[in-house]
Write a protein of this length. Sequence first.
Length: 79
Amino acid sequence: MDHGNHLTSPTTRKVSRKRPQVKNEIVDWLKAIIAGVVLVNKLIYDFRDPKPSEVVVFRVRKEGRDFIKVVIGVAGDTI
């Protein structure tokens, strides 16, 4: 028996489950989208600009449908 082979040797690894806050919010929104329910407030963007991690919905006339996107950056941010 080869104990040096990593495929046959039992090992224990501590895995970090910590995710960045933005990623958690994106995952939450994706779960909501997959569930088929998304509550949208389009009016708010008449009064202020979208912020990172917010979900925005906009219509593309050429496509004739709505798009749902997550804001990952705003003017001045480096992506």
